[in-house]
Design a protein. Structure first.
Length: 220
């Protein structure tokens, strides 16, 4: 069974705490898209999209959607004062030149060294890899948002990824419904346990070696 809407929002809310003043941030498809709704306006953050927006806002109120405004996943968005528009080539130029302070991505698998697999499941058709490889390689900081386990209850944070890699050692942080983990010098550290879970829950559902370095108990 997939995660409910409130759990997805909990993960997005925690990820928004990693966004700091004046950052240029790209949000991936899925849970990362929700992060826009939890970033305080006072932080003056510029949200970047691969389809050509700098200055994207959060989700529009129901009935206020504009068919001409969407993020890279095709979902309706709002625009902040001072936003700019450009083509995808320029959007990717910003990424490849290393101008992004932070990218927040979804993933299918991550390992304890920060390798990310998020663009394809062999045998399944996809429209393409999109911007995943560029974003994961070029952003100054990469945060992965994902469910801690598969629908069958198997770990998604592994000793070694089994799916084709998007990037090696690209992730700096992983946030799930169970935990917040930091990757430092090729090792995985548990720094927060999310509400409703214990340290033992996290360890038991994580295949990768997990060092304990708790600094908090998650968000409410």
């Amino acid at each position: 069974m997939g995660m409910g809407a409130e759990t997805r929002k909990l993960i997005a809310k925690r990820a928004a705490q990693e966004v700091t003043y004046g950052m240029m941030v790209n949000l991936g498809i899925g849970i990362p898209t929700l992060v826009a709704d939890f970033i305080p306006p006072a932080l003056d953050v510029m949200l970047h999209t691969e389809n050509g927006i700098l200055g994207m806002g959060g989700s529009p109120a129901p009935g206020k959607e504009d068919g001409n405004l969407s993020n890279a996943g095709g979902y309706p968005v709002t625009i902040n004062t001072g936003a700019s528009f450009f083509d995808s080539a320029e959007a990717f130029g910003m990424v490849r030149r290393g101008h992004l302070d932070l990218t927040i991505l979804g993933a299918l698998e991550v390992n304890g060294r920060g390798d990310i697999a998020n663009w394809i499941v062999p045998g399944k058709r996809v429209p393409g890899m999109g911007g995943a490889i560029d974003l994961a390689q070029k952003a100054k900081k990469v945060i992965v948002l994902m469910s801690h386990t598969t629908k069958e209850g198997n770990p998604k944070i592994l000793k070694e990824c089994s799916l084709p890699l998007t990037v090696k050692e690209g992730a700096h942080m992983i946030i799930t419904e169970r935990a917040v983990m930091r990757i430092k010098n090729g090792e995985l550290f548990l720094i927060e346990v999310m509400p409703g879970f214990s340290i033992e829950d996290v360890i038991d559902s994580t295949e990768a070696k997990l060092n304990i370095e708790l600094v908090g108990r998650g968000t409410s």
